[in-house]
Design a protein around this ligand. Structure first.
Ligand code: ZN
Length: 129
């Protein structure tokens, strides 16, 4: 019975509220697999997530201003794309903004917005206009 999960077992799962891997307690099991669990830290009940959600390699889930230098240095500044609202940008792309300077695209939001990390913090810009 070593590999059979039981209700009430302590397991490690990703908690979407705490945003990290934490100890959880098994709540429901379906077909020998853990379905639902609750976080022992915040008490949130959710589906069992044995791994944290996928993110861009080398990109912090929640960027800190101190990550800026690291992210920019990992890129070739000469290849920065000039920011224009008419262009479209992809996550991890380096852009050059007339006002904010060099920035790195973190995520695409909705259909025409991107979140870009600049020296003085993350900003939401439009693209693909
Ligand atoms: Zn939690």
């Amino acid at each position: 019975m070593a590999d059979t999960p039981n209700i009430g077992d302590r397991i490690d799962s990703y908690c979407g509220r705490c945003k990290m891997m934490l100890a959880h307690t098994v709540e429901t099991i379906e077909g020998g697999k853990i379905k639902k669990c609750h976080c022992n830290t915040c008490g949130a009940q959710h589906a069992y997530r044995p791994k944290p959600p996928k993110r861009i390699p080398g990109m912090p889930a929640v960027p800190e201003p101190s990550d800026y230098d690291k992210l920019i240095k990992a890129q070739d500044a000469d290849k920065a794309k000039k920011y224009k609202t008419s262009d479209r940008f992809q996550p991890t792309e380096l852009i050059n903004h007339a006002t904010f300077g060099l920035g790195i695209v973190l995520t695409c939001k909705e259909s025409n917005k991107i979140e870009v990390l600049f020296q003085d913090g993350a900003k939401t810009l439009v693209h693909g206009r």
